[in-house]
Design a protein around this ligand. Structure first.
Ligand SMILES: [Fe+2]
Length: 430
């Protein structure tokens, strides 16, 4: 932990007289102690309080000088306990502590997984799972030599989706895919390596990819976004069901997610959610995870009077992509299409299904944060933003209003999170 990570919180009571606050703050500046947060309280009779967070600790010589002088001039000075908050990574390397904390069975597979009865697939999953589990910050990302069968599955998915992307993907996505094709060889013939795509994104928006064996807790996954790190799986779905996967796989990550992280407004949008999640309560993290779901996974944009997808859950699902973008006659973000039905192929590529048209709402994180959603079926509601910049601004406004224990900022040069208050992290949950 370096010096700038340390914070001290003080409560100072001053006589309510002109210039009192300025004089008190001058004590900090003369001692060279940096203030990170100030909050004043209304006067109570002859005195008033202010809270201040500053860099350093009680026994630092400069801080000790400040305390001594404040004690001489103020009515009262209290050194406050640090607020205890849920653990969060302060440096990008600390993502190592949560990166393998998966919610699902990982390489073990659940009984309803298409590959559950396939020992060869399970062995392959275990192999790729081990690569993600042994990865540590600073190492080169593991490269997987994909088998012919895995490449064939990728090709089937890629070709089917790219035809639909022409019509239904937002412009930023289509532009990024073109660049990825030129720079990283994106296309149907090979499964791209996470390392290659990560390098591509890093140059464009500072986002990078790190491997994960499977689904992470929302808190851990969102924390990665605060550092502009996207956790991605590296295995390929089972070949028996190329258009269905019960979990994220490399097709979902690289076809659905990765291109959007090349777009600056989307990168900022994603990081905003991540920063707001740090140290937040479980309730707030859940609300942010819902915002993530309805935007980064299933978000729509209005472009040229049409609905276009920017969410990865749509961009990597041919059935739901057409369903979400085609239902109803026009875009109208505030239009609710409740009547009529749309016919389309099921997720598994099987029989067509009758479905009522979904509901479309204008993108509003306040609403999205409280909305429940299906996980294994098509969404019944999609949020439509007027642009990626609008989506980001609304997300920023929402995050500003959250009851957050501190304000966090990411320092790209040091790869550390800067916080403005004195907080103590609970032990990490593993
Ligand atoms: Fe996803």
């Amino acid at each position: 932990m370096n010096q700038t990570d340390l914070r001290l919180s003080l409560l100072v009571e001053l006589n309510d007289e002109p210039g009192a606050l300025e004089k008190a703050l001058g004590i900090f500046s003369r001692a060279g102690v940096n203030l990170t947060h100030i909050e004043s309280r209304p006067a109570r009779g002859q005195t008033f309080d202010f809270y201040v967070d500053c860099e350093g600790e009680r026994d630092d010589p400069a801080v000790a000088r400040v305390l001594a002088e404040l004690e001489r001039t103020a009515v009262k000075v209290l050194v406050l306990d640090r607020q205890v908050v849920p653990w969060f990574p302060r440096h990008v390397s600390e993502l190592d502590l949560v990166a393998t904390n998966t919610l699902d069975a990982g390489g073990a597979l659940l009984a309803d997984h298409p590959g559950f009865q396939d020992p060869e697939y399970r062995a392959r999953r275990a192999e790729i799972d081990a690569l993600a589990r042994s990865y540590r910050y600073g190492q080169a990302l593991p490269r997987v030599i994909y088998t012919d069968q895995e490449t064939a599955t990728w090709r089937t998915v890629y070709e089917r989706l790219s035809a639909l992307h022409e019509r239904h993907a937002c412009e930023a996505y289509r532009r990024a895919v073109q660049e990825l094709a030129g720079d990283c060889g994106y296309g149907p013939n090979d499964v791209p390596q996470l390392a290659t795509v990560s390098d591509f994104l890093r140059v464009r928006t500072g986002f990078s990819i790190r491997p994960t064996p499977g689904l992470l807790r929302s808190r851990d996954f969102l924390a990665g976004l605060a550092f502009r790190v996207f956790f991605a799986t590296q295995y390929v779905r089972h070949q028996s069901k190329p258009f269905y996967t019960p979990e994220p796989d490399v097709c979902h990550e690289l076809i659905g997610h990765a291109p959007m992280f090349a777009e600056p407004a989307f990168a900022e949008f994603s990081q905003e959610i991540g920063l707001a999640s740090l140290g937040a309560s479980d309730v707030e993290v859940e609300r942010l995870a819902r915002c993530y779901w309805f935007s980064v996974e299933f978000g729509l944009l209005e472009e040229g009077g049409l609905r276009k997808a920017y969410g990865a859950g749509l961009l990597s699902s041919y059935g739901e992509l057409a369903y979400a973008c085609s239902a109803g006659a026009d875009c109208g973000a505030d239009t609710t299409h409740k009547s009529g039905a749309t016919r389309e192929a099921g997720v598994g590529g099987g029989e067509a299904a009758e479905r009522p048209a979904p509901q479309y709402l204008p993108w509003d994180p306040e609403v999205a944060a409280t909305r429940s959603h299906p996980i294994t079926d098509y969404q019944d509601t999609y949020f439509v933003a007027s642009s990626l910049i609008d989506a980001r601004m609304r997300m920023q406004a929402y995050c500003r209003g959250l009851p957050r224990p501190f304000y966090a900022r990411y320092n790209e040069a040091t790869e550390r999170i800067w916080v403005d208050r004195a907080v103590r992290r609970q032990p990490v949950q593993t």
